[in-house]
Write a protein that binds this ligand. Structure first.
Ligand SMILES: Nc1nc2c(ncn2[C@@H]2O[C@H](COP(=O)(O)OP(=O)(O)OP(=O)(O)O)[C@@H](O)[C@H]2O)c(=O)[nH]1
Ligand SMILES: [Mg+2]
Length: 320
């Protein structure tokens, strides 16, 4: 029998099986082939083979992993291993805010790079557009720049409902992983998309204005999209993976020399500099990336992001 991993902790995984029953499963023989080297062996979205328990209807043992179509991974600094956040997804929804928590464009740039590396289409969702800071020119400038280089950007508010119909349409019939810092409103958004959903949402810490890590585990949830968002259309569905907010998003398996390949607007220039692949894009003559910045094909902000992230990869010290 095969099944879909919805979530798990302490090596007990919740698996939605093909017979419609969700079983609590352990891994047979403790270790699964092909999943070693990760902080967690399985993530929401994984497909597994399992043996249902003969005595207990809602238990089973996982015996194998169906090869993954893609993997959304970050480096887990504490665990010193890559951490699989989701598998087999159609898109990564990267949620950001103008404030509460403060806007962190670099967080988004890192997620975009990891998504490009994984070959998964990212979408940027700017939540909390009801806040006054949504009018901030720096915030709007970065959103527009991401749009300019080819990313879809949606401005929404889980609070006022603005933009929620557009988001619902984008998620329909797909498996999407929601990612973003703690407190940006991932769980709140899910609760608006499906009014029968009551995920726990949190407040921001008064001292730091950051989220308080309310969601502690990634979970795949099947949503019945609220018909009010779809002009009364009924029975529309979507699947999402709600993930815990992380303070830092640290890239995994991307070398500093390769990072430009995962910056969508820089990629076309890679290898075209006078010094070819050995150009550091710093001060060399005939650097196409520098020319791209000068000509406006690459914004100074993204170039700065690229520089800083290269530095983070080289030094191993990451900012929030
Ligand atoms: N003003 C405003 N507040 C919002 C909006 N969406 C969510 N919030 C608030 O933001 C806070 C954090 O929301 P959550 O949904 O718990 O955030 P999260 O991203 O799931 O956070 P973690 O689970 O910690 O990763 C809550 O107090 C929400 O009420 C919005 O569109 N506008
Ligand atoms: Mg949450």
């Amino acid at each position: 029998m095969t099944g879909l991993v919805l979530g798990g902790s302490n090596n007990i995984f919740s698996v939605e099986c093909e017979d419609g029953i969700t079983r609590q499963c352990t891994i047979k023989g403790k270790k699964l082939k092909d999943v070693e080297g990760y902080y967690n062996p399985l993530a929401p979205g994984d497909r597994v083979e399992l043996e249902p328990d003969e005595q207990t209807e809602d238990e089973g043992q996982i015996t194998g992993l169906v090869p993954r179509r893609n993997e959304y991974v970050r480096w887990n600094v504490k665990g010193r291993q890559p951490q699989l956040l989701a598998a087999n997804v159609d898109q990564i929804i990267c949620i950001t805010t103008p404030d509460e928590p403060p806007f962190r464009p670099r967080f988004v740039d890192r997620v975009l790079a990891q998504a490009e590396y994984a070959g998964i289409e990212p979408v940027i969702v700017a939540n909390k557009c009801d806040l006054d800071d949504a009018e901030d020119p720096d915030f709007e400038y970065r959103l527009t720049d991401w749009e300019r280089i080819g990313y879809k950007v949606i401005r929404i508010s889980a609070k006022s409902g603005e933009g929620m119909p557009q988001l619902a349409e984008l998620l329909e019939d797909k498996l999407s992983v929601l990612t973003g810092q703690s407190g940006v409103g991932k769980s709140s958004i899910v609760n608006v998309l499906d009014s029968t959903c009551v995920l726990k949402t949190g407040s921001l810490s008064e001292k730091y204005g950051r989220g308080t890590h309310t969601t502690t585990r990634g979970t795949l949830i099947h949503l019945k999209l609220n018909e009010a968002l779809l002009g009364g259309r009924q029975n529309a569905v979507a699947s999402i993976i709600d993930t815990p907010g992380v303070r830092r998003f640290v890239l995994h398996d991307i070398a500093a020399e390769d990072l430009a390949l995962y910056f969508r607007e820089m990629k076309p220039f890679v290898g075209k500099c006078s010094f070819g692949m050995s150009c550091t894009h710093d001060r060399e003559p005939g650097c196409k990336i520098q020319e791209g910045v000068y000509a406006g094909a690459i914004s100074e902000e993204r170039f700065e992001s690229w520089l800083r992230i290269c530095d983070e990869i080289r030094t191993g010290s990451w900012e929030d």
